[in-house]
Design a protein. Structure first.
Lengths: 218, 676
């Protein structure tokens, strides 16, 4: 059994596919690619896969992550196992919008992705609905208060400590884009749409992308 | 923009009235537009192009349930360069994505048509109500999933109508596509609307809306139609010429070329062809040898009802159950070679990544090599985590052995369809499984560790009394007792009690459907007799049964009823909580028609039926003979054991002669008949 950590993009039509459906897509893609997944032991064996934090529906993911366990004993012996071969083969069998950007072997008993994920970096595209300057002023005003109390699923929480860093794009760009790094831990999960909502900027057209995860250095 | 292509559709702001650029060009009207005013006109009220549709979708898709239904992008979906394509086709299933994707008929056409270099077949399904509302509010026309092209830009739209409760959905589909609903209102600029599927063996109720019906198997005729379409389009002739040329093909029915004549009592006198060279009878089309099954199944990104690969192992059935329309309209029996089945399972599993395979046929046990097929599948796939389902097995212990071999890790229940319990009704419907045989099978199922058995029965059959229904209850009690004996309280019997609906092209086409009060009484009897732990019953809803009864044996006058019911809000009629009974009743009344005329009337022996011009190859005389035998309670053996001359062999003798290797299970007849 070998464990691989995969960084991939989830874009295009796949933006509208839920976290749960995406796991089935991974399983089917690997079946088509003829890369045997390892199965769990027990009465109802299921393929061993372990995805990172879910991405909200409709958002682009440019650095999504998933761990997959492969069972190379059942692989065609003529097939040469290299990271490039594996990722090429998966890409060829993936539906539109799913692309591997990195694949690497990791120790089999290393901690789960969701355990070591610290933060996530998002990009919010406001198109031309607000200028970068206006946005900066609004963000500064938001940060001037000691806490930003929001409510999610009827539970109050403070959004402020979840925002770790943010920056804006250059003036000469047509669209206004904010990059924001937020906490992405089990106990502290920051959502960029909550920031937009707190800013009172719920425009019709906003595009969210998750650019990457930041993992704890092990 | 206004280059040589004239692809932009101009549209007045009222949705109903569409002017096409090519129509406008015929007049000098086009010169009224300067370039800039044309642009602003276009911006104000033109229909959206693919790119604009895609942009719009991004703005609201998150508001609807399961947005993955509306975005395409599935593995094995086909994208082509439109510039290299001569003919663009939309294959449409008139219900939601979840039900449409698994449809085998459309999967066959999608795979087959996309192998043609100059043809691009795309898919479209009906949006669910939330999405429909968003689309209508934003004036987004129904589009193809692959390229997001509005349906009215297609050359041909092929709609499958497997069952009657999709009729209003077909109207809704055309309307959402901003295409006139009535065939007569569609000029040359609109796509050609083709329909097929089992319900079209009686095409009359939908005759006002469909340009071309394909009767029977479409694998060959669809390419014939496309070739005719291509040469017609290159010559820019009137639509009549296109329809006329298509009407000369075997297995094709153009309703606009016929006109019905009725007796004073409302029954049909005759269907008159309007042109001398139009066929009196339309014989269904068949393929002499089943073509290899499709290999490139589209793999949905979201969960759909049957997320699996379906492979047809055999077409047709020789059992002759008298209620079964499929059994009569899909004759003759043609099997797929064993090697081909094994090979296509292998390819499609590799191509899709599906872990579930369904082997389809009307009667799997009758597949001559069923034993070796099953043991081969067992050998190959036992180690892989693959679920193989084999429905429609005969009720005997052999079937239990078969399913035991295929039993995967998730196999939970065992389904059998005795349909009747009393000796009398078993004879009436010509499906005779002895009680001993059934109970022996049940015993084996429970003793081999299955916990759940599902049994299907029918009520409301001709000649049925309360005693016959009581027999169903008695039998079910015996079944659950066997279960309790083996596994105690864990044993579960799930009953599906459906109400019989007489279907065209079956011996019961003369019969009246049972009265609703009697059905209620019979359902109550079963409910009272079977209210015991371990038995769960599901019923067919009486309103939907009634709907099926009038629409399956409807005539041409029902087109206006369907149209009116749709206007009054009827759609998704197959969805239990959506059936809009009041709309239908009002539609019947306004059109001065009585649903009971279609439902509760015993037809006279010589009545001309609205579907008589559709020739399935089985003669009306033989169907009548079968009906009479049924009333006398006489059985007819499986016709593999002795041909009784249903007519199929004679009707298709010529086709059969062309493919002498074709194994049909019909006796060989002298070739001189082939001229008939």
């Amino acid at each position: 059994m070998n464990r691989y950590r995969i960084t991939y993009q989830k874009t295009g039509p796949l933006r509208y596919i839920s976290h749960l459906d995406l796991q089935k897509i991974w399983i089917r893609t690997l079946l088509r690619a003829k890369i045997p997944l390892a199965y769990t032991q027990g009465f109802h064996p299921v393929p061993k896969i372990s995805p990172g934090w879910p991405l909200a529906l409709g958002w682009n993911g440019f650095g999504e992550m998933i761990d997959l366990w492969f069972d190379f004993d059942n692989l065609n012996p003529n097939y040469e196992i290299t990271e490039k071969n594996l990722s090429d083969r998966i890409n060829q069998n993936a539906p539109q919008g799913l692309n591997i950007v990195n694949l690497q072997l990791i120790p089999i008993y290393s901690p789960a992705l969701t355990t070591i994920t610290q933060s996530a970096v998002y990009e919010i595209n406001f198109f031309t609905q607000i200028s970068p300057d206006e946005l900066r002023i609004k963000m500064e005003a938001l940060f001037a208060v000691p806490s930003i109390i929001r409510s999610r699923r009827n539970k109050p929480y403070d959004l402020k400590p979840l925002i770790e860093e943010y920056s804006f794009n250059q003036e000469q760009d047509i669209n206004t884009i904010m990059k924001i790094q937020m906490a992405a831990r089990d106990s502290a999960m920051g959502r960029p749409d909550e920031v937009v909502d707190a800013l009172g900027l719920n425009f019709d057209q906003i595009r969210y992308s998750r650019l990457c995860f930041i993992l704890a250095s092990s | 923009m206004i280059n040589g292509q004239f692809e932009i559709t101009l549209k007045t702001c009222k949705v109903t009235n569409i002017i096409r650029v090519d129509d406008i060009c015929k007049t000098d009207f086009i010169y009224f537009f300067t370039l800039s005013s044309f642009e602003s006109f276009k911006k104000g009220c033109h229909s959206l192009n693919s790119k604009e549709i895609e942009e719009q979708l991004d703005q609201f898709l998150l508001k609807v349930q399961k947005p993955g239904r509306y975005v395409g992008g599935e593995f094995n979906s086909v994208h082509k360069n439109p510039d290299t394509i001569k003919t663009r086709i939309a294959l449409a299933f008139p219900d939601i994505y979840d039900l449409g994707v698994p449809n085998l008929g459309l999967s066959i056409f999608y795979d087959q048509l996309n192998q043609m270099d100059d043809v691009w077949a795309e898919r479209t399904y009906l949006p669910w109500e939330d999405m429909e509302m968003e689309m209508r509010n934003r004036n987004i026309p129904l589009y193809t999933l692959e390229s997001k092209t509005p349906l009215d830009k297609m050359d041909i739209i092929g709609i499958t109508i497997p069952y009657e409760s999709l009729y209003t959905n077909v109207l809704n589909l055309l309307d959402l596509a901003q295409i006139p609903i009535f065939s007569k209102d569609r000029s040359e600029g609109y796509p050609l609307i083709i329909a097929g599927g089992h319900s079209t063996f009686n095409p009359e109720p939908m005759s006002a809306f469909i340009d071309v019906f394909v009767i029977g198997e479409g694998e060959e005729v669809i390419t014939d139609i496309i070739r005719i379409y291509q040469s017609w389009k290159s010559l820019s002739k009137p639509k009549f010429e296109l329809l006329h040329e298509i009407s000369q093909l075997e297995g094709v029915y153009i309703p606009a070329f016929y006109e019905p004549e009725y007796h004073a009592d409302g029954t049909l006198a005759r269907l008159n062809p309007l042109y001398p060279d139009v066929k009196q009878k339309i014989r269904k089309r068949i393929v002499p040898i089943l073509p290899p099954p499709p290999k490139h199944f589209v793999v949905p990104l979201i969960d759909v009802v049957q997320n699996r690969v379906a492979i047809e192992i055999m077409r047709g059935c020789t059992r002759g159950c008298r209620f079964c329309q499929a059994g009569f309209v899909t004759r003759p029996v043609r099997e797929r070679p064993l090697e081909q089945i094994i090979e296509s399972i292998e390819t499609s599993v590799n191509e899709t990544g599906h872990e579930e395979i369904a082997l389809l046929s009307l009667s799997s046990s009758d597949y001559t090599q069923i034993q070796s097929l099953v043991s081969k599948l067992h050998d190959i796939y036992n180690k892989r985590k693959l679920n193989i389902s084999l429905p429609s097995l005969r009720i005997d212990t052999v079937s239990v052995d078969i399913l035991e071999q295929l039993r995967g890790s998730r196999f939970s229940g065992f389904t059998l369809a005795p349909e009747a319990a009393s000796e009398k009704i078993k004879h009436t419907i010509n499906k005779h499984i002895s009680e001993d045989q059934l109970l022996e099978t049940v015993d084996m199922i429970f003793s081999h560790g299955w916990q759940t058995i599902k049994l299907y029965f029918m009520i409301g059959l001709p000649e049925e009394t309360l005693d016959d229904v009581q027999a169903i209850a008695d039998l079910c009690i015996k079944v659950i007792k066997i279960g309790r004996k083996h596994i105690g309280k864990r044993s579960q019997l799930n009953l599906g009690i459906s109400t019989f609906v007489p279907k065209p092209h079956t011996p019961f086409q003369w019969a009246k459907a049972d009265d609703p009060e009697k059905i209620l009484e019979k359902q109550k009897l079963l409910k009272d007799a079977l209210s015991t732990p371990g038995i769960k019953i599901t019923w067919s809803q009486s309103d939907i049964t009634m709907f099926e009864s009038w629409s399956s044996r409807g005539d041409r006058r029902q087109s206006s009823v369907i149209y009116r019911a749709w206007q009054l809000g009827a759609k998704f009629d197959a969805w239990q909580d959506h059936f809009h009974k009041e709309a239908w009743i009002q539609a019947f009344e306004e059109n001065h028609l009585d649903p009971n005329f279609y439902i509760h009337r015993e037809r006279s022996e010589n009545e001309v039926f609205p579907w008589d011009h559709i020739d399935t190859g089985v003669s009306k005389k033989i169907l009548r003979k079968e009906y009479e035998l049924s009333l006398k309670g006489e059985l007819r053996e499986d016709c593999r054991n002795g041909c009784y001359g249903c007519g199929i062999n004679q009707s298709f003798a010529a086709i059969r002669a062309e493919s002498p290797d074709a194994k049909w299970f019909c006796p060989s007849i002298a070739t001189r008949h082939s001229e008939d």
